[in-house]
Ligand binder design. Structure first.
Ligand code: ADP
Ligand code: MG
Length: 210
C-alpha cells in the first residue's frame, strides 16, 4: 500500500489528508498504519523526518469518539516544542472531520491554568512525562477512558531520565488500551521499556530511506 486512499479511512478523512498534500504515505506510514489502524500495539523505528507524527495521529483521530468529551488518548513527548508540534498536527488532521479539543501539558508552563483546562475537558492530551504525572497525582486528569497511549521519541525520553515517570504514568492507565512506541533508535533500553508496556507488539523498522 502506497497511498492513504488505500487505507480504511472515511471519505472526509481522505479528502482532508489530500488537502494537506498528504497523498503518498512515507515508508514508516506504509508499514505501520495497517497494524495501528487495527488497534494493534506497535514499535516503530525510523529516523527523524520520516513522518512518524502522522503515523500515530491518524489511528488516534480515526478511533476518536468526539461526542464523548473525555480524554481518550495520551501522547507523551520529551519536550514542549515537540508536544506543541504534535498538537498542531492533530488539529490539522482532524479539521473538517471532528471538532476536537487537544490539550498540551508541559513542564515550564504555569500549572494551575493547565488544571483548569483539564477540568473543562479534552479529547486528547499531549504531555511531557513529568508534568502529566504531577496532574495525575493531584487528580486533575481522569484516565479511565484512555484507549491509546503513544510514546513519541521514546529514546529521547529515556535519555532525559523519564523512565520512572513513564512507568508510573502507565501504571495508572487502563490495561486494555493500544500502545504505540515511536523512536529514532532501538537499543536495549527501548527494548526493555517496550517489553514491559506493550502487548505482542508488531515491530516496524525503516532503515535509511524515507
Ligand atoms: P518524524 O517524527 O519522523 O521526525 P515528522 O512527523 O515530524 O517526522 O514529519 C516530517 C515532515 O514530513 C512534516 O513536515 C510532515 O508534515 C511531513 N509529512 C509526513 N507525512 C507525509 C506524507 N505522507 N507526505 C508528505 N509529507 C509528509
Ligand atoms: Mg517525530
Amino acid at each position: 500500500m502506497k497511498k492513504f486512499s488505500q487505507l480504511n479511512l472515511s471519505k472526509e478523512f481522505l479528502s482532508n489528508l489530500d488537502s494537506l498534500s498528504y497523498t503518498e504515505m512515507t515508508t514508516i506510514q506504509q508499514k505501520s498504519l495497517p497494524f495501528s489502524l487495527e488497534n494493534k500495539d506497535l514499535i516503530a523505528q525510523a529516523k527523524t523526518g520520516s513522518g512518524k507524527t502522522v503515523a500515530f495521529c491518524i489511528p488516534i483521530i480515526n478511533k476518536l469518539k468526539v461526542k464523548e468529551f473525555k480524554v481518550q488518548s495520551l501522547i507523551l513527548a520529551p519536550t514542549r516544542e515537540l508536544a506543541n508540534q504534535i498538537a498542531q498536527e492533530l488539529r490539522k488532521l482532524s479539521r473538517h472531520i471532528h471538532n476536537i479539543k487537544v490539550l498540551t501539558l508541559c513542564g515550564g508552563m504555569p500549572f494551575k491554568p493547565q488544571a483548569l483546562s483539564l477540568f473543562h475537558g479534552a479529547h486528547i492530551v499531549v504531555a511531557t512525562p513529568g508534568r502529566v504525572l504531577k496532574h495525575i497525582k493531584e487528580n486533575n486528569i481522569s484516565l479511565e477512558n484512555i484507549n491509546t497511549l503513544v510514546l513519541d521519541e521514546a529514546d529521547k525520553m529515556l535519555d532525559m531520565g523519564f523512565y520512572d515517570d513513564i512507568i508510573e504514568i502507565i501504571n495508572t492507565l487502563p490495561k486494555k488500551r493500544q500502545t504505540l512506541l515511536f523512536s529514532a533508535t532501538f537499543e536495549k533500553n527501548i527494548e526493555n521499556l517496550a517489553s514491559s508496556i506493550l502487548v505482542e507488539p508488531t515491530l516496524v523498522k525503516v532503515e535509511d530511506e524515507i
